[in-house]
Write a protein that binds this ligand. Structure first.
Ligand code: CP
Ligand code: NVA
Length: 319
């Protein structure tokens, strides 16, 4: 069975640490040029939803690992005219060496993995965004380490996610945070409580639930090390826009929250941001913000995820 990366917990915590080491090495040596981990391979990068960062970072990253990246929109494939996921996946399995997918239901990436026989990377579903959460934990190690970044440096840090606590980013960050012993607090409206989805994800992964939920943004921000937010209207939720903005408006990340957070706290956002909604312009552009380091790290961390996964699959094939 070929391994894929469909959920944050598809790597063990020990493996995730090795992925971080590799990402740091890739970051430090990028200027040395293309490496040949994926030499002569063709990788598909398939989008059912819009993207800027994921598209750029995977296309550049796969190229830098030696592969030929083939970026596709589902609108341009026969899938948009009714061809099944199963058949599309089987066809891709005959041409490609790996696949990166951004789509709606988690079941779609699972089907692609099952029917293509390829290693599949989840580049965002309605349920999870594990490439982003790994990148965010990695970025924290850079800011909280003295010297060489280490995963130990984020152990016990208080990480607060504000707003839509029932979205892909909230779920992925709660899972990845637990893997790295980060104290994750989810802070949002009662209507967007993360249970029962998060309880199910933790149970399936055999992981002890360590996250907590509160509806009080000031209480959540007290002595926090990271204040994180994401859009209030995720892709596919556009019909609920007006209602979501109204319900989530008490959860905007602004200077009042940083007043009670730790002095050296970070502001993080997966982007794209909507200044004036989930975050104030001052915070977005302010001294706590590390949003562009986060965005850049998508490249290094995803290169590490892909090559680590491919390495594991090659090791299994040799046995
Ligand atoms: N953060 C993120 O995944 O950005 P894109 O939607 O632009 O890919
Ligand atoms: N929750 C957002 C994340 C975007 C990177 C969405 O799904 O649209």
């Amino acid at each position: 069975m070929v391994r894929s990366f469909l959920k944050d917990t598809d790597f063990s915590p020990a493996e995730a640490k090795e992925v971080f080491d590799l990402a740091a090495r890739y970051k430090a040596t990028r200027s040395a040029g293309i490496i040949d981990v994926l030499k002569s391979e063709s990788w598909g990068v398939l989008f059912f939803k819009k993207s800027t960062r994921t598209r750029l970072s995977f296309e550049a990253g796969l190229y830098e690992l030696g592969a030929h990246p083939m970026v596709m929109s589902s609108n341009d494939l026969q899938i948009s005219r009714g061809e099944t996921i199963e058949d599309t996946a089987r066809i891709m399995g005959r041409f490609l060496h790996g696949l990166v997918i951004r789509t709606f239901e988690q079941e779609i990436v699972e089907k692609f993995a099952k029917y293509s026989g390829l290693p599949v990377i989840n580049a965002l579903t309605d349920l999870l965004h594990p490439c982003q959460s790994y990148t965010d934990m990695f970025t924290m190690t850079e800011f909280f380490s003295d010297g060489k970044p280490t995963p130990e440096s984020i152990k016990g840090k208080k990480f607060v996610f504000f707003g839509d606590t029932a979205c892909n980013m909230a779920y992925s960050l709660a899972l990845a945070g637990a893997m790295f012993d980060v104290e994750v607090v989810l802070c949002g409206p009662e209507e967007f409580k993360p249970e029962p989805v998060l309880n199910k994800l933790f149970k399936e992964a055999n992981l002890t639930p360590t996250w907590t939920f509160t509806s009080d943004p000031i209480e959540a921000s007290l002595k926090a090390d990271v204040l994180y937010t994401d859009v209030w209207v995720s892709m596919g939720k556009e019909d609920e826009k007006a209602e979501r903005i109204k319900t989530m408006s008490p959860y905007q990340v602004n200077d009042s929250l940083f007043k009670v957070a730790n002095k050296n706290s970070l502001f993080m956002h997966c982007l794209p941001a909507h200044a004036g909604e989930e975050v104030s312009q001052e915070v977005l552009d302010g001294k706590h913000s590390v949003i562009f380091d986060q965005a850049e790290n998508r490249l290094h961390v995803q290169k590490a995820i892909v090559s680590y996964l491919v390495g594991k699959n090659r090791e299994m094939a040799r046995k």
